[in-house]
Write a protein that binds this ligand. Structure first.
Ligand SMILES: [Zn+2]
Length: 148
């Protein structure tokens, strides 16, 4: 393969390297600055905690049982009763049933504000299909405005 098109184009224009750097540098710095500021600006749900109605609903749809299940072993047999944001509220998780899981105190404290992996969410959605009542959506909404 010969030299790339971009390389040939630059050679054809015969732009001196320092000038080229001066042209490209502001664009690169601008992109980096935008990325950095996005990391600090997380849009959080104005509703911080789940309502009593949401917790009752969440407990009922999970069969009044903690939804935690280790990779190896059985699902937790505790009744749960604590509402957990699957995608943490502090990272932009919605205070909605699509981001709710019923956990016991132990598993809620252990999960804390950890962001779930794709595998974690996939496993939860998969086992929910077995115990969620008909008409309940097992899908998890990852972030505000990003329902799937
Ligand atoms: Zn548990």
């Amino acid at each position: 393969m010969g030299p790339s098109f971009a390389y040939l184009a630059i050679m054809e224009l015969s732009i001196p390297t320092p000038v080229l750097i001066l042209l490209v540098l502001p664009i690169v710095l601008g992109l980096l600055a935008r990325r950095a500021s996005n990391n600090h600006r997380i849009q959080t749900d104005p509703q911080r905690v789940f309502t009593k109605e949401q917790r009752i609903h969440g407990a009922a749809r999970s069969g009044n049982r903690c939804e935690h299940k280790p990779i190896i072993g059985r699902r937790c047999t505790s009744p749960g009763g604590q509402g957990d944001h699957i995608w943490p509220w502090s990272f932009g998780g919605a205070t909605a049933m699509s981001n709710y899981q019923n956990l016991c105190g132990v598993h809620n404290r252990r999960k804390s504000n950890h962001r779930p992996s794709r595998l974690y969410v996939w496993r939860l959605e998969r086992r929910r299909r077995r115990y969620f009542p008909q008409g309940e959506d097992p899908h998890v909404e990852w972030r505000i405005g990003r329902a799937r």
